[in-house]
Write a new protein. Structure first.
Length: 395
């Protein structure tokens, strides 16, 4: 069996909304449908009926994104009912997992044209109520928030594995001796780079605002923040000696992203020049409490599989779940030039809508490679419960 080349023809995303912000009134299935429709509308030569499958990442799936949000997006976007859809979950890596699974289908000849993306509305994530162990309980029952992190944890899991995400970031800071000052400086740079990129119009060809919502730019970018302002914030997870704050961590967000993937036949049908080609991917596991370092080995393996090295990279989108975990990863990649990492800002500024982030990163790398005209790029994320995911693109 011959392996086909897989091309990214286009990539779009919504502006990323803040928790309870401009996109909080929009259902996640509508957010997903919006980017799917925008992607199809931007490629008018492609018959939508030619789309073989739609893959979408979604980390929670406990609310309006239930019942296979990928299929809901297909139907709500007005695509032919013959177009199927599947939803995948690798927590924070779900959007990138969708891209990888779609690319695999195209590479193996199971699809010629596919859409891959991700969506999350953390604002609209519901509370859930477990069924009681027996009928007619007399006591009160507990509601669990599905917005983020552990809930209804299996008591058989070792306690060190189930620490909160913020404490996991503190553990990475401990491991690598990362100071509060270093984290705040990293966070400030994320905001400055994101604001500059928007100011230069670098996101104009990528972001498709949601119709009827007054949000043209990522909502969490703080243009005027400073080291002094960040230094005033109290630690969020450790009262004594803590270094992780709301200012040097990614916020809670809403948003969606989608990419159009094709083989050679599909590329001819689009009538477009591709942004980039998918080269290789890798996924790895790590101790759950050190989830922030999950990308370290995944990136190394993806580069090895692609026949590339850190020196070959021209851009690198690393999801900034926390400044501490990003800096921890960078400390373990001494060969990597940090200047190429997140050149247009990262998740601390832009936001981290869980299931959408991986697709946003892959799309951003593809657009950056297209703008440069050539090069090799990489997208990677850490994943709660201890995983890392990486994708290598080239042009």
């Amino acid at each position: 069996m011959s392996i086909r080349d897989v091309y990214i023809v286009d990539a779009v995303r919504t502006p990323i909304g803040k928790f309870g912000g401009a996109l909080s009134s929009v259902r996640p299935d509508d957010l997903a449908a919006h980017v799917v429709k925008a992607l199809v509308d931007r490629t008018p030569d492609l018959d939508p009926a030619r789309i073989d499958d739609v893959y979408f990442g979604d980390a929670n799936g406990a609310g309006e994104d239930n019942r296979d949000v990928a299929r809901m997006a297909v139907l709500l976007a007005g695509l032919p009912t013959s177009v199927p859809g599947v939803t995948v979950n690798r927590l924070c890596g779900s959007g990138l997992e969708a891209v990888i699974q779609a690319a695999r289908a195209v590479a193996l000849g199971d699809a010629s044209v596919a859409i891959a993306g991700g969506v999350e509305s953390m604002s609209r994530a519901p509370w859930v109520l477990q069924k009681p162990e027996r009928a007619f309980p007399a006591g009160h029952q507990q509601l669990h928030s599905t917005t983020l992190g552990w809930r209804m944890t299996n008591p058989r899991m070792p306690a060190e594995w189930t620490v909160g995400l913020g404490e996991g970031a503190e553990l990475v800071a401990d491991k690598h001796g990362i100071t509060r000052e270093q984290q705040d400086a990293f966070a400030l740079a994320s905001h400055q780079k994101a604001a500059a990129a928007w100011g230069k119009g670098l996101y104009d060809g990528e972001v498709v605002p949601y119709t009827g919502v007054d949000l043209a730019r990522d909502e969490c970018i703080r243009d005027t923040t400073s080291i002094e302002a960040l230094a005033k914030l109290k630690p969020s997870f450790r009262s004594e000696g803590g270094t992780v704050t709301a200012g040097n961590a990614s916020p809670l967000n809403d948003g969606a992203a989608a990419l159009l993937l094709v083989d050679e036949d599909g590329l001819r049908e689009t009538g477009r020049e591709p942004l980039a080609r998918i080269r290789a991917s890798a996924v790895t596991g790590i101790e759950p409490q050190l989830f922030g370092l999950g990308p370290v080995e995944a990136v190394r393996r993806a580069l090895e599989k692609s026949g590339r090295s850190f020196a070959d990279l021209t851009t690198f989108e690393l999801n900034e779940a926390f400044a501490a975990q990003s800096l921890g990863c960078l400390a373990e990649w001494p060969e990597l030039d940090p200047e190429i990492v997140n050149p247009r800002g990262g998740a601390i500024a832009i936001g981290h809508p869980l299931g959408a982030s991986g697709a946003r990163l892959a799309g951003s790398v593809a657009h950056q490679l297209a703008a440069a005209g050539s090069g090799t790029g990489l997208a990677a994320l850490c994943i709660g419960v201890g995983q890392g995911l990486a994708l290598v693109l080239e042009r």
